[in-house]
Ligand binder design. Structure first.
Ligand code: FES
Length: 104
């Protein structure tokens, strides 16, 4: 299942395949699709864990409003993956709390 039309990014152009690394796992994606879409297609649902209770969070609004999809992307914390396009070679990590890197 792939998103072809995103409410913020607009139509997502066809499909040059790229790869990203998610917590060390190589994931294939379509260049330019939201990171969250690539993760969903790969069966990855947990994007971050909350600071107080360490509860799992993932895609909720999918339009950049709730921050539940925040992850560490190329070393930058709190990136909303539902509105951030994939690029070849990206390194994506599960976020814990307000931006610590996930434990291996
Ligand atoms: S799912 Fe709500 S900001 Fe990404």
């Amino acid at each position: 299942m792939r998103i072809e039309q995103h409410p913020i990014l607009g139509p997502l152009p066809g499909a040059r395949e790229v790869t990203l690394r998610v917590d060390g796992r190589v994931v294939t994606a379509r260049e330019g699709e939201p990171i969250a879409a690539a993760l969903a297609a790969a069966g990855i649902r947990v994007h971050r864990y909350t600071a107080k209770r360490s509860e799992a969070r993932g895609i909720l609004c999918a339009i950049g409003q709730c921050t539940d999809c925040a992850m560490i992307v190329n070393g930058v914390a709190n990136v909303r993956t539902c509105i951030t396009p994939v690029a070849d070679g990206m390194v994506v990590e599960t976020q814990r709390g307000v931006g610590r890197r996930s434990e291996p």
